[in-house]
Structures are given as C-alpha cells and as structure tokens.
Design a protein around this ligand. Structure first.
Ligand code: ADP
Length: 424
C-alpha cells in the first residue's frame, strides 16, 4: 500500500511517501519512496524533494494554496518519480495520513477521517488556533486531489498523552476552568515519544507493559515524557507547547506572574508577551544570538561567549531537572532516550544532561556517546542500572503505519458488519 504522509501548515507542506502494509510493519521493512517540503506557499514556493536516498532536488513554482501545492507534488510523483516509485497516477496512492497537532480529549488515538472526525478536528481549533487550521487545509486539499474514495487518517500529536491521569494533567487552578474551557495539560510530540519508546521495546525485547523510560525530544521544540508500562504518564509540555523544557525560542516553564509583569514593564499586550515567550526566548533569548544549538556549541568551544555558555547550561539544567522529577514520579526507569535534532546529534549536550545522574544508576560510556551522531544505540555502560539510549525519531513512519492500521481496522469492522448483516 502506498501511503502519502502530509504535515500541512499555514504556508508549508511537508510530505513523505511510503510503501507499507501490516506484514511490512511486522517485519520493519516499510519503504520510504520520497520526502520533501514546500515552503512559502501563497507566493513563489520553494520546493525540496528527495526520491529514496537520491539527490535532493530544489525548485520553485508559484503555488497559491495548499491544494495547488498538493497537485504540484502529485504531478511530480507521478511523472518524474514514476520510475523510482512506480506510481503513475493518483490511483497508485492508496491512503493519506495527516499529522494533526491537537486532538484535545476527543481523540485518544489515530483515526480514520470521517465527516464526524473532521468536525471534531475543527472543534479542536480553539485549542490549537495556530496549527489545526493548517492541518484542516491539508485534509481538504487531499480530499480534493484524491477524491473521497481514498481513505485519510489523522494522527494527533496529543493522542499518546491521553493516558495521563488527572493528577498529572490538571493544573491547580479553579476546577471549573477545566470543565468550562478544557484547560488542562495535553502534551505534544506524542508521535515522537511513542515512536522511540516502541523502538526501544523492540531493541530490548520488552513487552509494552515492561517499557519504563523517560524520553527527551530535543529539537527546536523540546519535551520530556515519562512512559510507564508503555503509556505516557506525564509530559513536560502543557495546554500549549510553551510549557516545560527550554527550547530554541520558547521559554518553557516560567513564573506565570511574569506575563503581567513583562506586559507592564515593556508596555506590551499579554498577547505580545506570549509571542515573546514563544519566539524570542529560550536559547535565542538567553544567548541573544541564535536558536541553533550547533552555533552555540561552536561558541562554547571558542570560549569567548558567556551568554552562549549560559544558554547551554540553562537548557541542560532544565532537562536534567525534568529527568529527576520524572524518575521520582515513575519510581525509577530503565532508560533515558534522546531524540530530536539535538538529542540525536549532540554527544556534548547528552553528556551534560546525564552528568551527575550516577546516583540514579546512569553511567555514560563516553566512547559510545561520542560515536552516536544521528545513529541508534546505547550510550551508557553495560553495568548501568539506568541506561542512556539515542533513538532517531521517525514521526512520518509512525503516521504511515497508523494509517495502515486504521484502514485495516476499518476494513475489519465493515467486513464484520457486512458478515453479520449477511448472517441475519
Ligand atoms: P524541529 O523541532 O524543528 O524538527 P530538529 O529536530 O531538526 O528541529 O532540531 C533542530 C535543532 O537541532 C537545532 O537547534 C539544531 O541546531 C540542532 N542540531 C542539529 N544537528 C546538530 C548537531 N550536530 N549538534 C548539535 N545540535 C544539532
């Protein structure tokens, strides 16, 4: 089955195309046929496409909206990529999987997009006004380009965290705010946390029930997840992705009184302060230089930039603090798993976060740690009782796999419905 995975924003469209099915999933031999992205949709759109492991191609085209962008992509797939992917028409794309940021409390798992589900995703716009509208555009565009006969599946960033219990997801604010406005912790990056936790179970030969790990997704956005028995029991991001760890441009945890204080001192609206906390804070805000960890690490090496050093120190300190808190909440864990651009590629940051966790049983093997750059494997010594692992995330692959699973589930339901109808 050829599954197109879409991550659609207001002016961007990221995509990957897979060949996969239930038996390929079981054998872990899904095939990635192409991947790429379109940026600045609405103007002269920049397009990057890479077929299999081939050369990355870049081009531009004037694409007014997401539908036009998707049509453009499908033309490319069915013409230029046809030789590689053996996809000659839209009929050769059998399903579309969408990354959807917010599923609120409505969607505890991935689901086939019916009219009712579509309405539910619209109802969640309130919770993610910056993201869900772009995702909805992607769903509408796919419907238009592929027609209603091609199944579409929504995979939510929030679903994995729906297993959290009330004590973990409720804020200590008046309870009726939760009842009236659904104000609570939802958590994000769920697809990534779930992917690396499942991958860890496979690597270690563990059942889901015996998978107890803390996952650290450290990219531009950063979050930590406490996973016990294969289920998310707590996570660092909250009602929005602003809470928790220090990120590229987000502050993570702050004293809530700062919002009003900064607004007063700087003559800003509270909305402007929220933008400042989202876009001008974190590594960028502290360093005054960049949100790019690579640049900060270079500065650290050169040794002449105190604020770059400080940004890195605060980033690692906060991550360590969450690890400690989650260890306490979970009653210990088997491993800390690093993923995301920074987690996968920076031995220096991993070592700084793990340094001082010997008391918890984690001893970093520095040779192993230094060797793991974008690759999977253990970074702790064999005699550690709390292990360290690097596992590159692959959210798109999980979306493709969930798409297949949902469609198969649907197939079974309709088949059994049909059968029972026949039997009556
Ligand atoms: P996003 O959250 O946007 O998907 P990524 O997961 O790609 O982002 O992570 C981006 C971050 O990863 C940036 O801060 C970048 O500097 C960092 N990064 C990428 N490669 C390295 C590296 N080799 N060493 C340190 N940081 C890296």
């Amino acid at each position: 089955m050829n599954v197109l995975v879409l991550n659609s924003g207001s002016s961007t469209l990221k995509f990957q195309l897979f060949t996969t099915d239930l038996s390929r999933i079981a054998q872990h031999n899904d095939e990635r046929l192409c991947r790429g992205q379109m940026e600045r949709i609405g103007g002269e759109t920049a397009i990057t496409i890479q077929a299999r492991e081939g050369q990355r191609q870049t081009m531009t085209a004037p694409l007014p909206d997401i539908s036009a962008s998707l049509e453009h992509l499908v033309r490319w797939i069915t013409s230029e990529a046809a030789e590689i992917a053996e996809i000659r028409s839209t009929a050769d794309i059998h399903a579309v999987g969408h990354r959807v940021v917010h599923g609120g409390e409505l969607f505890p798992e991935s689901t086939l997009i019916t009219d009712e589900v579509f309405k539910g995703i619209e109802d969640c716009i309130d919770l993610a006004p910056l993201h869900n509208p772009g995702n909805i555009q992607g769903i509408l565009a796919a419907r238009q380009v592929f027609g209603p006969q091609v199944p579409q599946v929504a995979v939510f960033d929030t679903s994995f965290h729906q297993s959290m219990l009330e004590h973990a997801y409720l804020y200590a604010i008046p309870y009726d705010l939760y009842q009236r406005h659904h104000i609570r912790r939802y958590g994000f990056h769920g697809t990534s946390h779930r992917f690396v936790a499942e991958r860890y179970s496979i690597l270690r030969g563990l059942t889901k029930e015996r998978t107890n790990v803390i996952t650290l997704h450290l990219g531009n956005g950063c979050s930590a997840d406490a996973i016990r028995g294969g289920r998310s029991v707590d996570t660092s991001m909250g009602m929005t992705p602003l809470e928790g760890l220090v990120m590229g441009t987000r502050s993570g945890d702050i004293d809530p009184s700062l919002v009003n204080l900064i607004a007063t001192k700087e003559s800003l609206s509270t909305h402007e302060v929220e933008t400042l906390l989202n876009n001008q804070s974190g590594l960028l805000g502290i360093s005054g230089l960049t949100n790019d960890m690579r640049v900060l690490l270079e500065k650290l090496k050169e040794g002449d930039d105190d604020r770059a050093r400080l940004a890195i120190e605060i980033f690692c300190y906060r991550a360590k603090k969450y690890v400690g808190a989650f260890l306490a909440c979970m009653g210990g864990a088997d491993a800390i798993i690093f993923t995301g651009g920074i987690g996968e590629n920076s031995p220096e940051i991993r070592a700084r976060i793990c340094d001082g966790l010997q008391w918890a049983g984690l001893k970093i093997d520095h040779r192993r740690n230094n060797q793991k750059i974008g690759t999977e494997g253990q970074i702790s010594t064999n005699d550690s009782t709390l292990h360290g692992f690097v596992i590159p995330t692959d959210e798109e692959l999980l979306i493709a796999r969930d798409t297949v699973r949902c469609i198969q589930g649907q197939l079974h339901t309709s088949q059994s419905e049909r059968l029972s109808a026949v039997q009556q």
